[in-house]
Design a protein around this ligand. Structure first.
Ligand SMILES: C[S@@+](CC[C@H](N)C(=O)[O-])C[C@H]1O[C@@H](n2cnc3c(N)ncnc32)[C@H](O)[C@@H]1O
Length: 214
């Protein structure tokens, strides 16, 4: 692992990069859509209230997760800081019947009101940030939801292909796979935490016990 020199993009650099590669993204990610479908089906089976839920998604990219979620929840707002990625997302869902509100939004500046959504989802984006920012993001998402925050990301096993792609992306894949959220989750405002591997993805649930919030 150590033979990869560290390369981290700034938030502005990340935005520029995704605006440039927006039309390549779906080719690079291959079978990710199928994996995300498996994860959401798993979650929907365990949380039947998802069908009645209002959902907020951050860092939605080209809408791979958004289109899966939209079929299984009541309302979906999907945000990303890259207008290029949002443009592709809108094209992908056009004509499918999916009703998704796409909007620009920076996950490092979450402005939604407290408890304004039931669930929040983020797929394959938490690893873009250093651990202090990950905690800040999770704390903000936990503030915004009534029920829980679901993070879907790289599994903890180091893989060469992922490491190469993520090196180019300029995020914190190398640190993310080593970060133990079992230790950190209590800093997020969640009342319980569960981590599992589904379809080769690391799936983490930060649950809000609504009884605590009246
Ligand atoms: C690896 S892609 C994942 C996209 C999508 N969630 C998926 O699973 O295919 C990472 C996404 O995070 C977005 N992103 C990066 N930094 C962001 C930020 N600060 N705020 C919002 N979105 C951000 C990028 O624009 C990109 O669309």
């Amino acid at each position: 692992m150590s033979f990869f020199p560290k390369f981290r993009r700034s938030n502005a650099g990340m935005k520029r990069m995704y605006n440039r590669i927006n039309r390549l993204y779906r080719f690079i990610t291959g079978g990710l859509g199928a994996k995300l479908t498996t994860v959401v089906e798993h979650f929907a089976a365990e949380y039947p209230d998802l069908s009645e839920a209002s959902v907020l998604e951050y860092a939605c990219g080209t809408g791979l997760l958004s289109s899966v979620l939209a079929e299984r929840c009541r309302t979906l707002t999907a945000k990303d800081q890259s207008v290029g990625m949002l443009e592709v997302a809108r094209e992908q869902v056009a004509g499918t019947g999916a009703v998704i509100t796409f909007a620009e939004g920076d996950i490092l500046n979450i402005t939604e009101e407290d408890r304004s959504y039931d669930y929040a989802f983020v797929s394959f984006a938490l690893h873009l940030f250093p651990v202090e920012q990950e905690i800040e993001i999770l704390r903000n998402l936990c503030r915004v939801v009534r029920k829980g925050v679901i993070i879907i990301d790289h599994e903890r096993k180091w893989r060469l292909m992922e490491a190469v792609i993520e090196w180019f992306e300029g995020g914190y894949y190398d640190q993310f796979i080593k970060t133990d959220f079992e230790i950190l989750w209590s800093q997020t405002g969640a009342t319980s935490f569960k981590e599992e591997e589904i379809a080769e993805c690391r799936v983490m649930r930060f649950i809000i016990d609504t009884a605590d919030h009246g």
